[in-house]
Ligand binder design. Sequence first.
Ligand code: ZN
Length: 251
Amino acid sequence: MENRKVCDVHVHLGRSAGINHTLHLDQIDSFIEKFGIEKMLLFPFELDTNESNKKIKDLAKTNNKVHALYWVQKKQIETDAKILNQSIGDGYEGVKFHGTFEELPISHDTYKPILEVLNDKEALLLVHTGRFKDGDISSNTSYLHAVNVAKKYPKINVILAHMGGNDTSIVKKALDASKDVKNIWFDTSGITTPFRIEMAVEKIGADRILFGSDAPWCSFRSIFYGVEDSLLDEKIKNQIFYENFIKLLKI
Ligand SMILES: [Zn+2]
């Protein structure tokens, strides 16, 4: 896209109950080629989750553009913790968490075994953070739960999807809460307002902002231009689209 090197930190494999857009294994190569993607983090949707988890791990071992996150589920926490213990560093880079489907926040005691593994292995945790209840702590998807986890487990790199809540005032609060918590990162998925990216750079600097599309839920191009059309200089855009991903994954 626009002759830019792009890494995407937020791509789903499979299908979701919410939309009829899909990204299946046999569509991955054309997805990568269509948008000129250098590297991406891939994880399941809420449907076919176990099957997709496995497919993604296998794909990551054979395709060096694909890095895998494992979608955890409270109904099988012990199994999930065991799988992660064995496979982080050998297939998975970490975990994707979605509090809406789990009906629990990531800070809940249920996830302690998972968070301990992630912290031990200095892995990634990408958390869906939404605008439900304006990001109040009573929402399972509040950015505050992810911030609390990042403070408690400083060796986990916590990525706040949708920049903490996909709403300008929530994004602002999430940035303020994360300014001094250096293991928190922000992904641009769902963000089509370039001002929010500019505000993020102003508040916490460009080092912890990652391009994420949330494809196929979101339009890759609309999210790409949400960043591209910002008033940021080329060096900073290159950090967000490419360099920060490489730094995060240590590749
Ligand atoms: Zn998503």
